[in-house]
Write a protein that binds this ligand. Sequence first.
Ligand code: NCD
Length: 309
Amino acid sequence: MSSLQFKGRDIVSIEDFSREEIDYILKSSQAMEQFAAKGSDMLKGKILVNLFFEPSTRTRLSFEAAMLKLGGSTIGFAEAEIASVRKGENLADTIRTVENYADIIALRHPLEGAAKLAAEFSKVPVLNAGSGAEEHPTQAFMDLYTLQKEKGKIDGLKIALVGDLRYGRTVHSLAYALSLYNIELYLISPETLRMRHEVIRAIKNKISIIEDTNLENIIPQIDVLYVTRIQKERFPDLAEYAKVKGAYRIDLKTLQKAKKDMIILHPLPRIDEIAAEVDSTPQARYFQQVWNGIVVRMALLALVLGAVK
Ligand code: NCD
């Protein structure tokens, strides 16, 4: 039994979670594997409302699948154009309406701070399913769970985050979380897409960080290569995007220099940053990562809704 409290909590930022809490969530996720396979009715009668103001395949569907596997139901929209937002409704009013239908809300929104604002207005817990370029905490939990499952541990790993570290929200949440472990972090990006200053400031005294633009030099050392998409839609200027498009491409040649047991993760969607030929190598683990998203979201739903302690 744990003395940690998850019931009724919002999941807005991964920074709100201690190492002990994160480790507990990873343990709870592992306990969910059996229910992901055979189903459960522990959330029977509970409703998840998905409010997705930005495109999504995995996050929305895995929240839905997680809820259904636990016997709950989901409603919501995945296309803000058809919701009342289109008529000019503001987010606070949408939340104060939707909370009447919901036991829990998952929100994805293009604006930073949106999840925090929603959590302030909502009587029911809010799960941040992506807030602009800021954070994506549930993705970070599944990334950590994947590391734990695939490498057997997180402490001691040398981990490279590669690609768009400026606009990519998954790497922000992941970097915050990894700073609670004893790891070495390599931040590989084009100069213009370096890791946000606020993230660097928050983590630099906790772990060793190596920033570089060159991936090849560090490939032989690392245990985990976490690749991200250049976030085209977040560039204020498409001419800037054109300059960094295709900056990194992982192919079989890249892997020749890698450790045999290095693993490759990616939050997906992938554009061209990992060649299809890599998919069938033992290093590619990004589709296993997708499965882990279901069990982790099952655990988060069950913990926040108080179905498990
Ligand atoms: C990510 C996102 O939406 O931030 N996708 C996801 O949720 N798995 C990554 C991305 O869009 O590049």
